[in-house]
Design a protein. Structure first.
Length: 145
């Protein structure tokens, strides 16, 4: 649950013993020994792990290219800024982050003096700026074949 929050992934949480939790588990045919469970539309992930969800949501996809002009290790505020500037200058750019995309920045409530945002910007918004700027992100555990 903490990782979903840090990734700015919307979700609803129900205790399995609550009325809502029991109703959802029964509706999807899940028993208590299969917890934790993530229900995503019609898809149910029993004994859910972060790796399982990353694979299901295609977050472990290999890089789109075999060569990049600029590779940035770490997607904190400095890495995000470098990625946006590199991509906006026409460099093929990739960002590596071992944690949630955006690194520490991705779950920071407010980054002050972030480039282009003198009043500050929410960390998850800054993290998503790299994709809009044209930079690729490589999730943890991704391997190129």
């Amino acid at each position: 649950m903490r990782s979903l929050t840090r990734a700015a992934q919307p979700y609803e949480f129900y205790e399995s013993e609550s009325d809502e939790g029991r109703t959802l588990l029964e509706r999807h045919g899940v028993s208590d020994d299969q917890l934790p469970v993530v229900i995503d539309g019609e898809d149910t992930y029993e004994n859910a792990t972060l790796v399982m969800l990353a694979e299901a949501w295609n977050a472990l996809a290999p890089p789109a290219r075999s060569h990049y002009d600029l590779a940035i290790i770490g997607a904190g505020p400095a890495g995000l800024a470098a990625a946006v500037y590199g991509a906006s200058d026409g460099l093929s750019t990739i960002v590596f982050e071992r944690d949630i995309p955006g690194g520490q920045a991705g779950h920071t409530s407010m980054i002050e003096n972030f480039f282009g945002f003198p009043g500050g910007i929410e960390g998850s918004v800054a993290a998503s700026t790299t994709a809009r700027g044209g930079a690729s992100r490589l999730a943890p555990g991704a391997r190129r074949s």
